[in-house]
Design a protein around this ligand. Sequence first.
Ligand SMILES: [Mn+2]
Length: 307
Amino acid sequence: MDKTLIFGHKSPDTDSIMSALVMANLENYLSKDTAVPCRLGEINKETAYALKYFKVQAPKYLDNVSNGDSVILVDHNEFSQSVNGIETAKILKVVDHHRICGFQTSEPLFYMSEPVGCTCTILYELYKMNNIEINPTIAGLMLSAIISDTLLLKSPTTTIKDEKALKELEKIAGIDVNSYGLDMLKAGTNLDEYTAEQLISLDAKNVDINGNSVVIAQVNTVNIEDVMKNKVALEKAINNTITEKNLDLFMFVITDILNSNSQTIALGRRIDLVEKAYKIKLENNTAFLPGIVSRKKQILPILQENV
Ligand SMILES: [Mn+2]
C-alpha cells in the first residue's frame, strides 16, 4: 500500500497541525492508501494545549520528501512555505484558504480552496459532502483550529461558514467553545521561555511581494509591552535573519488577542512598504497598528497594493 504524506506549512500553527490530522482521518475513509499526518516544524504551545486536551498525539516530523512521494497539502500551497523537496513530489490534493502563489503540478489534482477563516472549516464541509460522521475528538481538533485562525471569530477573516462550523463542532465535541477557546489562546501567549530567535520564527511566513523577499512573522499575546521588553534582542535576531536570507523586509507583528490590535517591528531595506501600507512613520523601527490582527487579510494584501 502506498503512503500519502499530509502536512500543513512550515512554522506550523494550530490549523496546519489539526488540518493534517483531520485530513488524514478523512482520507482513511476516502482512499485505499494509508494517510500519514505530518508536521514541518515544532508544535507551538497553543497547539500543544489543544492536543493534550483532546488526547491526540502530534503528527510525526517530516524534514523532506523525495522523488515521487505522494503528498497532500493542507493550509498552504506556496512551495516556499512547504516541505523541502516539494518540487519533486506528487501532489494529490490541496485543501487551503490562502492566496495561490507559484503553484504548479504536472498532473491533475483535487484542489479545494475557499476564502474562509480556517482550513478546518473547509474540511468540515468535506466531511458533510462525503457523508462521513465527525467523531467528538476530530470535532475538538477542528474547532481548536477555527478558534485559533479566527481568534474566536473576532478576526476579519471570519465568515458565516466558520461560525456555523464552530457551532456544529461545539455540539459534537460537547464543550463550551468560549471558555475552552480563551484558555487555548492564552496557552499560546505564554512566550516567556522563548529566545528572541525562536519568537521571530514561531509563526513566520516567507512571501514574495513583487520580487521583494519578505518575511512576516506573528506572535499572539495578551500584553504587547511584555513582548516589547525584548525589543533590542528581537531586532538583533531579525537583522541576523535579514542578512542570512538576504531579505528585503522582515515584519514582526505582535498581536494583542484580547483587544485586537498589533505592534510591529519592521526592519530591512524596504520598510517603506510598511510605512506606505499603513500611512505611518516607524519610530525606532516600530509602530502601533490599531485593529490589525490578520496577516492574510490586513497585512499581506495591503503590502502588495503599496509595493
Ligand atoms: Mn490556516
